[in-house]
Design a protein around this ligand. Structure first.
Ligand SMILES: [Ca+2]
Length: 184
């Protein structure tokens, strides 16, 4: 498989924004390519299993791996990734859940439940899986969308009370619509 890294240039004038892409480098990797994010030091890639691969961003050599798990049980189908304030956020393929993962241990420290984020109206035309998570560092905003979703949502996490000490934190979220026609 091949991953192509692009440099994005943003030209604010004239409106609307124009993007120019330039191929910088190519590299091969042996796993399936599902999601990718960057923690400021390494590229972090998912491959649809419970494994996350940490790659050197210059040489693309694999430096380390972690196994995502909750209570010693592997959490598989790790899909889209986003590095958010020292944690990895990852959606689980075919679900409306995002796992919060400790990047050092792979332990799932909490879940974000996006159930109900799409209204029946949003689903009037074909929508597919949740598969987009983005973090706007500058404005501390968390954005989510999915394949063929008609909208991009900004979500705000709300902590729920844990019933016992052993329960992992479950967070619901408020959401506001940030845009339409995400065409993810
Ligand atoms: Ca992302």
């Amino acid at each position: 498989m091949r991953l192509i890294l692009n440099k994005i240039e943003c030209d604010k004038e004239p409106s609307p924004v124009t993007y120019n892409f330039e191929l910088l480098q190519e590299f091969n990797y042996s796993n399936e390519g599902w999601g990718i994010t960057y923690d400021g030091n390494c590229l972090i890639m998912s491959d649809g299993t419970s494994t996350l691969h940490f790659l050197d961003p210059e040489t693309f050599e694999e430096i380390s791996q972690i196994e995502v798990h909750e209570n010693d049980i592997p959490v598989t189908k790790i899909n889209e990734l986003e590095y958010v304030q020292g944690e990895i956020f990852a959606n689980i393929w075919l679900t409306e859940r995002i796992a919060r993962i400790n990047p050092l241990t792979g332990q799932v420290t909490g879940w974000i439940d996006l159930k109900g984020i799409l209204s029946p109206e949003d689903c009037s035309e074909k929508v597919d899986v949740l598969n987009g998570i983005a973090y706007d560092i500058k404005n501390n905003r968390l954005l989510v969308t999915g394949k063929f979703w008609p909208k991009l949502f900004e979500i705000e996490l709300i902590k729920e009370e844990m019933e016992s000490k052993n329960d992992r934190a479950l967070e619901r979220c408020n959401f506001t619509i940030q845009g339409t026609n995400s065409k993810n």
